[in-house]
Write a protein that binds this ligand. Sequence first.
Ligand code: CUA
Length: 181
Amino acid sequence: MSAILPPQERVWWKQPLDRVELIWIVVALIWCLIMFFMMPYWHIYGQQNLSNEAYRSKPEDFVRKTEAMIAQYKVREDGGDLKVPVVRPPAGSDVYMVAQLWRWYPILELEAGKSYRIHLMSLDWLHGFSLQPENINIQVHPGYEHVLTVTPTNPGTYSIICNEYCGINHHTMVSRLYVVK
Ligand code: CUA
């Protein structure tokens, strides 16, 4: 097929298909299907993707649960003048973190090798929970409770950054997560 055919012959689906073209279409289709089925496969066997859930929830309820957890399990304060509570909840429990213009609240201290259900909710805007240097990155929407089931394996101090643009102080919306032995 040539680009300089007269108009009536330019209807592309009426043109004969070249053998090489057909081969490439089939190759591309097969590759698409392989990539598509790799997604569920990799989720189950590759352990690369998070197991997460999200459901609608009221901000007031979420704040109440967060405050209750802080009141019960606060161990110290951190963040200099900001005085952000550091909470060490029992292993295996549900833990809560609020995303809000422009902070993450509170700071969690988790035990290595133990599983936790981390609940996240935004009280105002769309924020992004990005845990560095791990490959954990999820959007945090207002009105939804996002639950990540995680088992931290390496002790250390991890950084949390917001990676959805949320206004003038977006770049200051940072925090930490401690993993201890
Ligand atoms: Cu929160 Cu950007």
